[in-house]
Design a protein around this ligand. Structure first.
Ligand code: F6P
Length: 541
């Protein structure tokens, strides 16, 4: 279906024109109750979407669009385990990873729910053994450091969540995350670690990823160098998380020490699979289970709540509204929590690898803009850096503000000041300050235009009681399903990532030209050829 050819799309385009001259100031003046009315709850999340450039009619039209594209059927199909990942002919069942035990879910003849809970059981017992000191290193020492080696979806989820949930972690065990093939990453992550006390968790869905296998090989060398070259040490210092048992065995990790997941879990949706193992070791199985329960609560909300009260559906449709009707190209995520400093990076993969597509699932080119550029930083740091552009720049950037009622650390009035900043930023973006108001402050006339704040800049505010494993799970599930909603409207496969393949192949082909002792015969474009030559000169080759 070409969504842009539907009557619902045309109605939205017409409505957008009609709404063009009504600002957020106007909309709030027309409905003083808007700040309370246009809010929705799911589990512990409170979403204020009143500061969006929408009316009840906009929402009605967006919901009609959702019906037209069959969003309800697509959600049901995903939860049933149908192959909604069309280009890879796979089910998309990250929701099964956090569904409560005891509910069979048979997909392609296999009870995947039973498989999930079997692996979760092994993870819990392993995590307990490491945390209690029962699992020892080769020389009999306790494990004090867990180094997760993985990249993309095999890194960002646990790395983000470890940062977010540090207050819940066992401070006697440090977790590190190595992802980049830049040797700096490995060197810095291990420089102060003792091999005798270090456990590597090698995470790779495919177990073929160059970065991860290179880092894992380096880790094995580092370990063996530190432990007198005794190969037997690998067994108690390496575990793997993967779907590829053969490759894990070939690497030299006993499949007994492998935690399995399945091809129906997309890489960027794998955080709640065994990919979360290093996080589970850090925060413990109980807190990890609370996190899974948080995910599950929002999964159920997404599956069952009527669209007009469905947080991910509403937010996803609002994102479509700005991307396709207002020409927004980017989306800022602004967590007012230092603990969530890696959330923007996590969401970049989730959103941009999922919805950065220009071909629909039926193979036809899209006829409208798709995925936004996602970016952000924790507040208040961003305020002193890029908020200038958000307030007065020429680009429309819808933003998500994320904050909590209770701080994890309650120190004086600091949390209240943090939250005052968050509320103030959202209000300043929405309502701005007119030339008259600026002049009324006694501003010299020549400065008035510089100080005018145009306002009418939309944002969502997401409030939760406290940053806990449970609310973190809710938040991430909210974003996963927002991405799904947008993908369905755009009729794109949000679960493949063919666009990353070409660069990987080219890097593999190019590598020998950089490393060979002899000057290579280069069959590259002129720019790449010149760069390789210059690089070889810098390396003295
Ligand atoms: O190259 C992109 C990608 O395939 C991501 O989708 C994935 O999360 C990442 O690489 C890592 O892949 P793997 O877990 O197979 O090592």
């Amino acid at each position: 279906m070409d969504v842009t050819a539907t009557p619902e799309w045309a109605a939205l385009a017409e409505h957008h024109e009609a709404l063009r001259d009504r600002s957020l100031r106007d909309l709030f003046a027309e409905d003083p109750d808007r700040g309370r009315r246009l809010t929705t709850r799911a589990a512990d999340l409170y979403l204020d979407w009143s500061k969006h450039r929408v009316t009840d009619e906009t929402v009605r039209l967006l919901l009609a669009l959702a019906e037209r594209v069959g969003l309800r059927e697509r959600i049901d199909a995903m939860f049933r385990g149908e192959h909604v990942n069309a280009t890879e002919d796979r089910a998309v069942l990250h929701v099964a990873l956090r569904a409560p035990a005891g509910r069979p879910l048979v997909v392609d003849g296999q009870d995947v729910a039973a498989d999930v809970h079997a692996v979760l059981g092994r993870m819990r017992s392993f995590a307990e053994r490491v945390r209690s000191g029962e699992w020892r290193g080769h020389t009999g020492q306790r494990i004090r450091a867990v180094v997760n080696i993985g990249i993309g979806g095999s890194d960002l989820g646990p790395a983000m969540a470890y940062q977010a949930l540090r207050a819940y972690s066992d401070r006697g065990i440090t977790a590190r995350f190595v992802s980049n093939i830049d040797p700096t990453d490995f060197a810095e992550a291990t420089r102060d670690l003792d091999p005798a006390e270090t456990l590597f968790v090698v995470c790779s869905k495919t177990f073929t990823t160059l970065e991860t296998l290179t880092n894992a090989t380096q880790a094995r060398d580092w370990l063996l160098t530190g432990l007198d070259g005794d190969q037997a040490a690998v067994a108690c210092h390496f575990v793997a998380v993967s779907t590829n048992t053969e490759a894990v065995r070939d690497f030299g990790i006993d499949p007994e020490n492998m935690f399995e997941f399945w091809d129906w879990v997309g890489g960027r949706y794998s955080f709640t699979s065994a990919i979360g193992l290093s996080l589970m070791v850090a925060i413990g199985p109980e807190a990890y289970d609370e996190m899974l329960a948080g995910f599950s609560a929002v999964d159920e909300h997404f599956r069952t709540a009527p669209f007009e009260a469905n947080l991910p559906v509403l937010q996803g449709l609002l994102n479509v509204w700005y991307t396709d009707f207002s020409g927004a190209q980017s989306h800022a995520v602004l967590p007012y929590s230092q603990y969530l400093s890696r959330l923007p990076a996590y969401l970049q993969q989730l959103t941009m690898e999922s919805n950065g597509k220009s071909v629909r699932w039926d193979g036809q080119p899209v006829t409208t803009a798709t995925g936004e550029v996602w970016w952000g930083e924790p507040g208040t740091n961003g305020q002193h850096a890029f908020h200038q552009l958000l307030h007065q720049g020429t680009t429309l950037v819808p933003a998500d503000f994320i904050g909590f009622g209770e701080p994890v650390h309650d120190i004086g009035e600091m949390h209240d000041l943090l939250m005052a900043n968050m509320f103030a930023q959202a209000a300043a973006l929405a309502f701005g300050k007119t030339a008259e108001e600026v002049a009324a402050d006694g501003t010299p006339a020549e400065l008035v235009p510089h100080k005018v704040m145009p306002g009418n800049r939309p944002s969502s505010t997401i409030l939760a009681p406290r940053l806990t494993p449970g609310t973190l799970g809710q938040l991430v599930a909210f974003y996963e399903h927002t991405v799904f909603t947008q993908g369905v409207v755009w009729q794109i496969d949000s679960f493949d990532q063919w666009g990353v393949e070409l660069g990987k192949v080219m890097a593999r082909e190019l590598a020998p030209a950089l490393t060979s002792a002899e000057a290579p015969e280069l069959d590259q474009d002129p720019s790449t050829t010149a760069l390789v030559e210059e690089y070889r000169r810098l390396r003295g080759r």
